[in-house]
Design a protein around this ligand. Structure first.
Ligand SMILES: [Cu+2]
Length: 518
């Protein structure tokens, strides 16, 4: 497995808000790779953002690339991960952004903190797994386990001796920084007998939510307070998939142990939490709709009320026709995915370089504001073509525009929840619901007072999601589903935000060295 500094998960980065970090990435591996700072705005600096062939070409083996990460707006927990093929499975780690020096958490100071990184474990080389799937056109193998801080836990063979343990003292409160680095499954997570208080998400504060479980999608991070207020004992913390889908998925449960210090006889088996069933979309939705920004004087909300640019995007799983049913996907076709019926084709030269130097023939600025035609997206789609267009289509947006994007999940192919991730911006989630978006009634349900500000959020299965942000970060920014197989299949586009009229509202020039494209 490819790792950073020989560890899985990789090393944590700890900074204060306002810091700038420089990371020199040395590639000692056998193939090119890139690193992305997930959820970091990278103001005016897409050069350090990382997605392969979007903002840079891969760092060749035996070479280095210096990346600059500016933590100007985020506070809480984020993460970094590889952004090349499927290497992020093992190349990832947490980023902890403490409050700026002289400022404090908006919640009572915890006694201690710990990081909980949820990830996928494959018995095999993940790069070989995705290469085989792409060669045949079929579904890639599911993972064989989930892990907490690199350990699968007690419910898998031969794993019991190394299960992760979090030692706690009775009466103390801890903040858990949870990262979902899983490849293809959203996760439910909970701790037996203990209430979770969610206070932050994607490095922005929330109004505290008390809950017995969270639903966290790949790409999301959460800060959760846990008070050790139960009988001295051992308690499982567990993560199990939320996968309301007909596609194959990893239906296993990873565990770690919350263990009280003190003199007592431990139970023969730790207490086990009750988590929702893997297909309980209502449990997922009931959690998601409770998320609200803190919206305090120190952490205000600035959600656009008047919209300059409204974009409606359908989110679908598709098929590409294979002659003589020669592929391994459904109907002998190749699996694909799309936004507005365009299956994104990754170019050979990165889009940022092509945009900055005006190189022709790399991308098309043709991503549409709406799908090619409207149908009953979430109803009977048996007469609707499953075949998308193939294009490197990007959306160009004026600097400073207020943007609203309505994501509409469709019943094509295989409907499920899609966690859409935006590079370069956090966005406000102003609304969500089941079924087809209704442009008269649904906007009346929008939360324009204290919507959560995140970088990744699930479009409900056969439902819709509305997000808003101000396009005040010029650059080239990838937008994609964070389920890795959907990214691979083309559920992606790129937002190019143009420069403003001043140097301070324009993209920075490229650094002295960028990895060369071949
Ligand atoms: Cu998806």
């Amino acid at each position: 497995m490819l790792t950073v500094n020989g560890s899985f998960p990789g090393p944590e980065i700890r900074v204060h808000k306002g810091d700038t970090a420089f990371v020199n990435v040395h590639n000692h591996g056998q193939y090119g790779v890139t690193i992305h700072w997930h959820g970091v705005r990278e103001p005016r600096n897409p050069w350090s953002d990382g997605p392969e062939n979007i903002t840079q070409c891969p760092i060749p083996p035996g070479t280095s690339f210096l990346q600059e990460i500016n933590f100007m707006t985020e506070e809480g927990t984020l993460w970094w991960h590889a952004h090349s093929d499927w290497t992020r499975a093992t190349v990832h780690g947490a980023i902890i952004i403490l409050p700026a020096i002289g400022t404090y958490y908006p919640y009572p100071c915890p006694h201690a903190e710990d990081t909980v990184v949820l990830a996928s474990w494959f018995k095999g080389d993940v790069m070989a797994i995705i290469q085989e799937a792409l060669a045949t056109g079929g579904d890639p193998n599911s993972s064989d386990a989930f892990t907490i801080n690199g350990q699968p836990g007690d419910l898998y063979n031969c794993s019991r001796n190394s299960t992760y343990r979090l030692m706690v003292d009775y009466g103390k409160t801890y903040v858990l920084r949870i990262v979902n680095a899983v490849m293809n499954e959203e996760m439910f997570f909970g701790i037996a007998n203990h209430t979770l208080t969610v206070v932050g998400m994607d490095a922005a504060y929330l109004k505290p939510i008390k809950t017995s479980y969270v639903m966290i999608t790949p790409g999301q991070t959460m800060d959760v307070l846990v008070t050790a207020d139960q009988e001295l004992s051992h308690y499982y913390m567990a993560g199990s998939p939320f996968a309301d889908t007909m596609a194959s998925f990893d239906n296993t449960t990873t565990t770690a142990i919350l263990q009280y210090r003190g003199n007592y006889t431990p139970p023969s088996l730790p207490f086990f939490p009750t988590l929702p069933a893997y297909n309980d979309k209502y449990a997922a939705m009931n959690f998601s709709v409770r998320l609200r920004s803190l919206a305090s004087r120190a952490h205000p909300v600035n959600v656009p009320k008047k919209i300059d640019k409204r974009i409606f995007i359908t989110v679908s799983v598709n098929q590409i026709y294979c002659p003589n049913a020669s592929c391994a996907g459904p109907n002998g076709n190749r699996l694909a995915a799309s936004l507005n019926n365009i299956s994104f084709q990754t170019p050979k030269i990165d889009i940022l370089e092509a945009y900055y130097w005006s190189l022709p023939g790399v991308y098309n600025a043709t991503f549409p504001d709406r799908p090619p035609y409207f149908f009953n997206f979430t109803g009977d789609v048996s007469n609707i073509s499953l075949y998308p267009c193939l294009d490197t289509a990007v959306k160009v947006i004026d600097y400073g525009a207020t943007v609203e994007i309505i994501f509409q999940g469709t019943n094509l192919g295989n409907p499920e929840n899609h966690p859409m991730h935006q590079h370069g911006y956090s966005f406000y989630v102003v609304g969500m619901g089941w079924g087809n978006f209704n442009n008269e009634t649904d906007p009346k349900t929008y939360n324009l007072v204290d919507p959560p500000q995140v970088n990744t959020f699930g479009v409900p299965k056969n439902g819709w999601l509305t997000i808003r942000f101000i396009a005040d970060n010029p650059g080239v920014w990838f937008q994609h589903c964070h389920l890795e197989r959907h990214t691979t299949w083309g559920m992606d586009t790129v937002l190019i935000v143009k420069n403003g009229h001043t140097a301070a509202t324009s993209m920075r020039p490229p650094p002295p060295y960028m990895p060369l494209c071949h």
